[in-house]
Design a protein around this ligand. Structure first.
Ligand code: HEC
Length: 149
């Protein structure tokens, strides 16, 4: 299997999607779509109540904040060390059951992850990290300021 796919330079919002660079099995795609995309992708589905304040304000705030931290649709454009670091965050936050935010699953019950889904996401992120480790030079996985001079 060819692990890395070329990053095609086509001008549309999916060009830097994580799936352009790394394998994302359908099972993982489905979980991300239901439980993460609203806040961590360019595919936010704004619900009708986004126009009702203060809910709308609260929601857009979380979406913008989530995207700023981490965006699956921009992932392929991140420097390697940032990709590696964010995958570590995915593992940690899913393991601690901190994502998706409980304030969100309170409304979006279908976004709640069961044990099997959490394991699937974690194993996938670990697999990507392992592959990156064996593919990229060690230094590229470390923040520039933390690299040995
Ligand atoms: C309701 C919006 C929302 C949903 C849904 C959501 N997140 Fe988040 N996420 C946030 C916000 C806001 C932050 C940043 C603040 C924080 O850490 O609480 C964040 C932070 C993160 C971070 C840490 C990024 C960093 O730089 O620290 C990761 C990784 C992450 N989320 C992964 C996920 C994954 C994976 C899912 C789906 C299983 C998910 N999130 C679902 C809003 C969301």
């Amino acid at each position: 299997m060819q692990f890395f796919r070329p990053n095609l330079n086509v001008a549309n919002s999916t060009v830097n999607d994580i799936s352009k660079l790394y394998p994302v099995p359908d099972s993982v795609k489905a979980i991300i779509k239901t439980s993460c995309n609203d806040c961590h992708s360019n595919y936010t589905v704004y619900p009708w109540y986004v126009n009702i304040q203060p809910v709308g304000w609260w929601l857009t705030n979380h979406i913008n904040d989530g995207k700023k931290h981490f965006n699956f649709s921009e992932f392929a454009a991140y420097p390697i060390y940032r990709q590696y670091d964010k995958l570590g965050d995915v593992i940690e936050l899913i393991d601690k059951d901190e994502m998706p935010l409980s304030s969100y699953t309170f409304i979006h019950r279908d976004a709640i992850l069961n044990a099997g889904e959490r394991t699937l996401l974690i194993d996938w992120a670990k697999m990507l990290k392992d592959n990156m480790k064996s593919t990229y030079p060690a230094d590229s996985l470390i923040k520039p300021k933390d690299r040995k001079k």
